[in-house]
Design a protein around this ligand. Structure first.
Ligand code: C2E
Ligand code: CA
Ligand code: CA
Ligand code: CA
Length: 279
């Protein structure tokens, strides 16, 4: 913070320096969390609306810090992007998801696909595709078993290198999912240009229903977009049976949300799998 003189005294307010201090402390703790393995993944099942069978799971990161307690990802992921820690965290997530898939496979639990969340910045690194592919090779995970979730804003890029890196991973069979679809401003032409395989309807489009009945036509439109581009469509944040019924009626193929399951520890996935694998 630079002194700008005049009336900008609030730059030096005690509240602000307290906030800055907290970020520094949290940033240092995050560094330790990565090296001391205080991070873990939880998994949220994604279910075919028609049959109840398992489509896949989304891996969501958790950080339980000895000092700061349970820190939500909405708080530490943006911090990690600022400090550069996201790079190691992202690779850890991919490695842990692959390791877990291999562990489940040894138990004859065949989870069709795990999706992982990535920061757009990963694709700034030209080594990223090779790093991902070598982890998958190490655990014997086929490309089709991994889905990469990126946000809609990333589709705005005109960087040919970024597109090339995404294409390398797509060529290896990995899926590409657009998270929080409908909340950005990427435009439909981007969807045609980008090697996307799936869109995830943001929970803000689901959560208002049935109180807000306008949601219905929005959902219908987004599902229609997915269909016309031959993409898989997942609705997130489905909490109630009304929301589930509506989405099924509108032809949304896959559902994710508390209605079926909260994100759960890896140890609970085999039980889940056995319950739905005959469907
Ligand atoms: P997201 O990718 O949109 O993940 C969905 C969030 O909605 C998750 O929150 C999930 O727990 C929550 N959720 C799932 N079902 C429901 C529901 O029915 N109702 C409601 N109200 N919420 C539901 P979470 O786990 O706290 O993650 C928040 C965000 O943090 C994620 O949003 C994602 O952007 C980010 N994040 C999580 N894990 C990772 C990661 O490994 N890497 C990166 N880069 N970001 C991550
Ligand atoms: Ca996500
Ligand atoms: Ca999302
Ligand atoms: Ca989100």
């Amino acid at each position: 913070v630079r002194k700008t003189g005049g009336n900008n005294r609030e730059f030096f307010s005690p509240e602000l320096s307290k906030a800055v201090n907290e970020r520094l402390l949290l940033g240092a703790a995050l560094k330790r969390a990565v090296s001391d393995s205080h991070l873990r993944l939880v998994y949220q099942p994604q279910i075919y609306a028609n049959t109840g069978a398992l489509y896949g799971c989304e891996a969501l990161i958790r950080w339980n810090d000895p000092e700061h307690g349970e820190v939500p990802p909405s708080r530490f992921i943006p911090l990690a992007e600022e400090t550069g820690e996201y790079e190691e965290i992202g690779l850890w997530v991919i490695r842990e998801a692959c390791r877990q898939l291999a562990e489940w496979r040894a138990l004859r639990i065949d989870i069709p696909v795990i999706s992982v969340n990535l920061s757009a910045r990963h694709f700034q690194n030209r080594r990223f595709p090779d790093q991902v592919l070598s982890v998958m090779k190490e655990f014997g995970i086929p490309g089709e078993q991994l889905m990469l979730e990126i946000t809609e804003s990333m589709m705005l890029t005109d960087d040919e290198e970024v597109l090339r890196r995404i294409q390398i991973l797509r060529n290896a069979g990995l899926g590409l999912s657009i998270d929080d679809f409908g909340t950005g401003f990427s435009g439909l032409s981007r969807l045609a240009r980008f090697p996307v395989t799936e869109i995830k309807i943001d929970k803000s489009f689901v959560s208002g229903y049935p109180e807000d009945n306008r949601q219905r036509s929005l959902l219908e439109a987004i599902i229609g977009i997915g269909q016309s581009f031959s993409l898989n469509v997942i609705a997130e944040g489905v909490e109630t049976s009304e929301q589930f019924q509506l989405l099924r009626e509108l032809g949304c193929p896959v559902i994710q949300g508390y209605y079926y399951s909260r994100p759960i520890p890896a140890s609970e996935i085999p039980g889940w799998y056995r319950r739905v694998s005959h469907l």
